[in-house]
Design a protein around this ligand. Structure first.
Ligand SMILES: Nc1nc2c(ncn2[C@@H]2O[C@H](COP(=O)(O)OP(=O)(O)O)[C@@H](O)[C@H]2O)c(=O)[nH]1
Ligand SMILES: [Mg+2]
Length: 333
């Protein structure tokens, strides 16, 4: 454990981050300059696909290594206000990990300060990284933009699918495959697994990431700020492998960790890791700046004007764009 943060201080800091307490920022400013060494892996996918079970197995496997790394597991559920660890799934499977002093487990719900849940998660990762955790596994439900933002905090994104229930179609629709560095077909102990693998394989073959350059809004920061200069040429680009896993039977976990290792090496040697770090920093700044500008604006505006314009837009007397323009005009920028 690092000299920067004890386990107890870490738990308290995460609570302060979750609650959006402004004084947490002072601590984070200091920690940020000491962080950056951890391997951050995002695990996303539909509810019930087996993310929690898989994360527990990944943690167990990492801790079983000779010279075991320190492992942190963070479960984030932006869609739900409830917290308390229930989204970590079957507590019994997690039990060994809970007793291991080299493992830190925490779940977060939809709170957080400036920049929302994605910024709060980034801050929690900073705290864990500075505290000396070598592997940080972030479990998040894959559904909307927020979840994609959370997944993008990771260096390596694992998308978990399971046979049946039309999951693969859903995933393609949500664009979730486009953020995948590794695709896991979990529950490979089930019969219909081959069908899921081939459906995913065809979806991947059709995906822009395997032909056309990746679209700006998916892999890059805000399009208005980041160009595509320096992107990896198509033939050198990473092709997400599809890995069959049975988290329940502990099969395929080694293969998955090996794929994560290969992806890590790809990031290091291709320069893509550096570019992603740059884009993450930019996206994080932009998210926080948006929030700051909004707060600054709302604090400056006479509450009366604001309420009046909201009423007017609600009654369709003016378009929301006109209200926004009127509010901007009233600001002393
Ligand atoms: N058959 C089978 N079931 C699994 C496997 N992994 C997880 N499950 C089950 O799927 C259900 C959902 O698992 P959970 O890890 O909570 O999914 P999450 O919602 O994605 O976190 C639980 O009943 C698990 O026991 C697997 O490899 N095979
Ligand atoms: Mg879960």
């Amino acid at each position: 454990m690092s000299q920067f943060l004890s386990r107890r201080d870490l738990a308290r800091l995460i609570t302060r981050i979750e609650n959006g307490e402004p004084d947490a920022q002072t601590t984070l400013n200091e920690l940020y300059t000491h962080a950056g060494g951890a391997r951050v892996i995002g695990i996303t996918g539909a509810p019930g696909s087996g993310k929690s079970t898989l994360v527990a197995e990944l943690g167990r496997e990492l801790r079983a290594r000779p010279n075991p790394p320190q492992v942190a597991i963070v479960a984030v559920d932006p869609s739900s206000p409830f917290s308390g660890g229930a989204i970590l799934g079957d507590r019994i499977r997690m039990r060994d990990l809970f007793g291991d002093s080299g493992v830190f487990i925490r779940s977060m719900a939809s709170r957080g300060a400036l920049g929302g849940i994605a910024a709060a998660t980034a801050d929690v990762v900073t705290a864990l990284d500075a505290a000396g955790y070598n592997f940080i596994l972030i479990e998040t439900v894959g559904a909307g933009q927020l979840e994609v933002d959370v997944a993008r905090i990771a260096q390596t994104v694992i998308v978990v699918e399971a046979p049946g229930a039309g999951d693969e179609v859903q995933a393609v629709k949500a664009g979730i495959l486009e953020i995948a560095d590794i695709i896991v077909v979990n529950k490979a102990d089930r019969e219909d697994v081959a069908q899921t693998v081939s459906a995913l394989q065809s979806a991947l073959d059709l995906s822009p990431a395997n032909g056309a350059p990746p679209s700006q809004d998916i892999h890059h920061g805000p399009p208005e700020l980041t160009g595509s200069a320096g992107a990896t040429p198509a033939d050198e680009r990473w092709k997400p492998p599809i890995i069959k896993v049975s988290a329940l039977r502990r099969e395929g976990i080694d293969e998955l960790l090996a794929a994560a290792e290969q992806h890590h090496e790809y990031l290091e040697t291709s320069g893509e890791g550096q570019r992603r770090t740059q884009r993450r920093a930019e996206a994080d700044i932009v998210a926080r700046l948006r929030e700051l500008l909004l707060r600054h604006a709302l604090a400056q505006l006479p509450p009366h004007d604001y309420a009046r314009l909201v009423d007017a837009a609600a009654q369709r007397a003016i378009h929301p764009a006109q209200a926004a323009a009127a509010l901007l005009a009233a600001l002393h920028l």
